[in-house]
Ligand binder design. Structure first.
Ligand code: GRF
Length: 203
């Protein structure tokens, strides 16, 4: 299975995928910022990478489309990609784009999830992988990982603890898609041939 990964910065989820690449390979990395750490990581793994200036979304998506029509990926992974893709773009790749988001969706879409979890005195936090449907951090949730919120946690400590689990969540989920344990049948998401009713919990 061929993957194209979209990033905006650090690229630690990208790195986890590059290290793993079991049953899938990353053929291209697209980023909307110049000189980001994620591009350095792509270079280390000799993976093609392209910077696209996203100040004009239509133009940016046209360029992204050119790359994607070359690469013909089976799956597009948004791994810390901080731009919202247009409906037209998403619809072209229906059920082929996943995103990793640091919250237990549908709770806390958007930014600053760790602080918002603390402000609301939640006892649990986590991350989700979901198919992208054009709304922000929205679409069928495939899998989640959960952590406890401890008394002394700060937004930074939560982020540090969660990112380790995010890596595992993402590579396991991509692995399940690569070996076809997770797949779409028309508009139904199946897991091991049964309709997926609730997110798969990855420990
Ligand atoms: C991760 O927390 C991811 O869930 C969120 O952005 C962050 C990206 O981190 N969407 P990295 O660039 O993969 O290190």
């Amino acid at each position: 299975m061929n993957l194209v990964v979209f990033i905006s910065g650090r690229g630690s989820n990208l790195e986890a995928l590059l290290k793993d690449q079991s049953g899938y390979q990353i053929t291209h990395v697209i980023g909307n910022k110049k000189n980001i750490k994620g591009f350095e990581i792509a270079k280390q793994y000799a993976v093609a990478h392209s910077f696209i200036n996203w100040s004009d979304k239509t133009q940016a998506e046209t360029i992204a489309n050119e790359i994607l029509s070359e690469e013909q990926p089976d799956l597009i992974v948004l791994a810390g990609f901080m731009k919202i893709l247009s409906n037209d773009f998403v619809n072209q790749f229906k059920n082929k784009i996943i995103n990793i988001h640091p919250s237990l969706l549908p709770a806390y879409p958007g930014l600053n999830t760790h602080q918002r979890v603390l402000d609301d005195k939640q006892t649990e936090h986590g991350a989700s992988v979901h198919f992208v449907d054009g709304l922000l951090d929205h679409g069928k949730v495939v899998s989640q990982t959960v952590i406890n919120v401890e008394k002394n946690d700060t937004a930074d400590s939560l982020a540090d603890r969660l990112i380790q689990k995010e890596h595992k969540l993402l590579i396991k989920t991509v692995g399940l898609i690569a070996n076809k344990q997770i797949y779409w049948d028309k508009n139904q998401l199946l897991f091991n041939n049964n309709s997926l009713k609730k997110p798969i919990i990855i420990k």
